[in-house]
Write a protein that binds this ligand. Structure first.
Ligand code: TPP
Length: 190
C-alpha cells in the first residue's frame, strides 16, 4: 500500500494554491479539497470525467499570466488519454497537471484501473510529449515535485501514487452553479 493519502497531499500544498486557478475532477478529490477550505479560485468539474485537463488547458491558454493547477485522477485520465497529446501540443508553461493515481475508480466503488498492473501514467505523459514529468510516492516527494513544477515554468505532469481512500461523502453544500459563476468572476478579474 503506498504511504500517501491524497487528503494529506492536498493539505501539504494547499497554501501554495492561493495564486492559481485550480480545476479538480469530480467526486473524492473535489470533496477533499473543499473539506480543507473552498476558495473562489477552485473549480470542481463535476460529471465531465476525463476533461479536467482540457478545461485547465483552455484556462492556461486564455490566461497565460495565471498559474493553473489541475488535480486529475488515474481513471479520469485513462478515459481521455488524448488530453495528454493536446496538452503536449500546446505546452502551456503555466499549467501543472497533477494526477492522483490511486489505481482505482474510487468515487464509484473502487474498481481497479490498469495503473496498478501495467499502465505507467508518467511514462504515457512523457511519450505523449509532455516536456516535464515527475512521480511521487511520499508527501515529501510530492511537495518537492509540486514546488519544483511551480518554479519550472514548463508544462508538468506530476503523478502521485496515493492510497485508495476518500471522504465519507462526496456531496458538499457548494452548488454546481454557484461554483461555476464564482470561478468565472474570479477568472474575469485576473
Ligand atoms: C463519462 C463518465 N463515465 C463514468 C462516470 C462515473 N464516474 C464518476 S467518478 C468516476 C471514477 C473516477 O476515477 P478517478 O479519476 O481515478 O478518481 P477517483 O474517484 O479514484 O478519485 C466514475 C467512473 C462519469 N462521471 N462520466
Amino acid at each position: 500500500m503506498p504511504p500517501m493519502k491524497r487528503l494529506d497531499a492536498l493539505r501539504a500544498v494547499y497554501d501554495r494554491l492561493g495564486d492559481s486557478a485550480v480545476v479538480t475532477i469530480m467526486g473524492a478529490v473535489a470533496a477533499e479539497l473543499q473539506s480543507i477550505g473552498h476558495r473562489p479560485n477552485f473549480f470542481y468539474l463535476q460529471h465531465a470525467m476525463g476533461l479536467a485537463s482540457s478545461v485547465g488547458l483552455g484556462i492556461a491558454l486564455s490566461k497565460p499570466a495565471v498559474p493553473v493547477v489541475v488535480f486529475d485522477g488515474d481513471g479520469s485520465l485513462l478515459m481521455n488519454l488524448g488530453g495528454l497529446s493536446t496538452l503536449a501540443r500546446y505546452k502551456p508553461a503555466n499549467l501543472i497537471h497533477v494526477v492522483f493515481d490511486n489505481e482505482s475508480l474510487l468515487s464509484v466503488g473502487g474498481f481497479p484501473t490498469a495503473t496498478g498492473t501495467c499502465t505507467r501514467l508518467a511514462e504515457v505523459a512523457a511519450a505523449s510529449g509532455v516536456p516535464r514529468t515527475a512521480c511521487a510516492t511520499t508527501i515529501d516527494e510530492f511537495v518537492t515535485e509540486f514546488t519544483a513544477a511551480q518554479s519550472a515554468g514548463e508544462l508538468t505532469t506530476l503523478v502521485a501514487k496515493v492510497d485508495a481512500v476518500g471522504p465519507a461523502a462526496f456531496v458538499t453544500d457548494l452548488g454546481l452553479l454557484e461554483n461555476r459563476f464564482q470561478f468565472q468572476r474570479y477568472l474575469q478579474a485576473r
